[in-house]
Design a protein around this ligand. Structure first.
Ligand code: ADP
Length: 261
C-alpha cells in the first residue's frame, strides 16, 4: 500500500497528514512552526511513517500548503491554502452535510471560503493584514490574562455577562483587557468578550463573502469551543466542526497529492 502526504506549514503550526490509497487518514502530527518548518515537516513525516510501520519512501506524493509552503523542500509541489481547505472540507465535513462555507481561523490569518454545489471555491475573503481577526489576537490576550489558549474556550463558556471589548486592534484590546482586570472583571467574562470581538470581525468577513449554510470551522480556532459558540451567535446558525479542525488544510493537500480532488 502507498501513502500520500499533505503538509500545512502555517505561520504558527506545521501540520502533517498522511492518507492511505483509499483516502483514509493513516496518521497525523503537528508542532509549532518555530524557525525550521522544513525540518519539522521531515521529522514528522518520518515519525508518522514509523508508527504506521512503513518507510517514508512508501509515500507516493507530498503536497505542501500554508504560509511557509515554499520552503517545504520534501514536497514535490504546492497549492494555495484556499484550495487545500476546500479539498479538506470534502473529507472532514460530518457525514451527510454539504458544506457551503469554510471559515478557517489560523494563527496569523483567517479566511472565509464560499463553495459552490460542486465543492469548488466560488468566493473568498481573507484577512492577513490585521491580527485582530486571527488566532494571534487570542494568543496575545491569553498571555495578558496568564492563560493558555486551550483554557480560553472552557472558561468563556462559564460566562453569563461577556465584557465589552471595543478596540479592533490587538494593542488597544490589550490595554482594554488590562483595565478590565484592574476593575476586577471576572476572567471568564473578559475571555467571553474577547471571543465575541473576534466573532464580530469574522462575521463581517463572512457577510462580505456572502456566506451560506452549512458552515465548517477549521484551523486552530476550531479547537476553541468559546469561538464556536460566539460565531454561532454572531452568524445565527449552527457551525460544524471536523474531528481535527487544525488538520483540514493538511488533509486537503494530501487528498490533492492522492489525486482525489
Ligand atoms: P496556522 O495555520 O496559521 O499556523 P493554526 O490553524 O494552526 O494556524 O491555528 C493556530 C491558532 O490556533 C493559534 O493562534 C491559537 O489561537 C489556536 N490554538 C492552537 N492550539 C489550540 C488549543 N489547544 N486550544 C485552543 N486554541 C488553540
Amino acid at each position: 500500500m502507498n501513502y500520500f502526504a499533505g503538509i500545512d506549514a502555517g505561520s504558527t503550526y506545521v501540520k502533517v497528514a498522511v492518507l492511505n490509497e483509499e483516502g483514509d487518514l493513516a496518521g497525523h502530527q503537528h508542532r509549532p512552526t518555530g524557525i525550521d518548518a522544513a525540518g519539522h515537516a521531515r521529522t514528522m513525516l518520518d515519525s508518522i511513517m514509523e508508527r504506521i510501520g512503513h518507510p517514508t519512501s512508501r509515500i507516493g506524493a507530498i503536497m505542501a500548503t500554508g504560509y511557509s509552503r515554499r520552503i517545504i523542500d520534501v514536497a514535490e509541489d504546492t497549492i494555495t491554502e484556499i484550495r487545500a481547505h476546500a479539498a479538506g472540507a470534502r473529507m472532514t465535513a460530518p457525514d451527510g452535510t454539504q458544506i457551503r462555507t469554510v471559515i478557517d481561523i489560523g494563527g496569523q490569518d483567517s479566511k472565509v471560503i464560499v463553495l459552490g454545489d460542486d465543492g469548488e471555491t466560488e468566493n473568498f475573503v481573507m484577512n492577513d493584514k490585521c491580527a485582530a481577526g486571527t488566532g494571534r489576537f487570542l494568543e496575545s490576550l491569553a498571555r495578558v490574562l496568564e492563560l493558555e489558549v486551550s483554557e480560553l474556550g472552557p472558561l468563556s463558556l462559564e460566562s453569563t455577562a461577556p465584557a465589552a471589548i471595543n478596540s479592533t486592534c490587538v494593542v488597544f484590546a490589550e490595554s482594554e483587557v488590562i483595565s478590565l482586570v484592574a476593575r476586577k472583571t471576572p476572567r471568564r467574562d473578559i475571555v467571553a468578550g474577547i471571543h465575541e470581538s473576534l466573532a464580530k470581525r469574522i462575521g463581517g468577513m463572512a457577510r462580505k463573502a456572502r456566506f451560506e449554510s452549512e458552515i465548517l470551522l477549521t484551523g486552530g480556532g476550531g479547537l476553541n469551543p468559546g469561538i464556536v459558540q460566539a460565531l454561532e451567535d454572531e452568524l445565527m446558525t449552527d457551525i460544524h466542526l471536523p474531528l481535527h479542525p487544525q488538520l483540514n488544510g493538511a488533509i486537503g493537500a494530501a487528498r490533492i497529492a492522492l489525486g482525489k480532488d
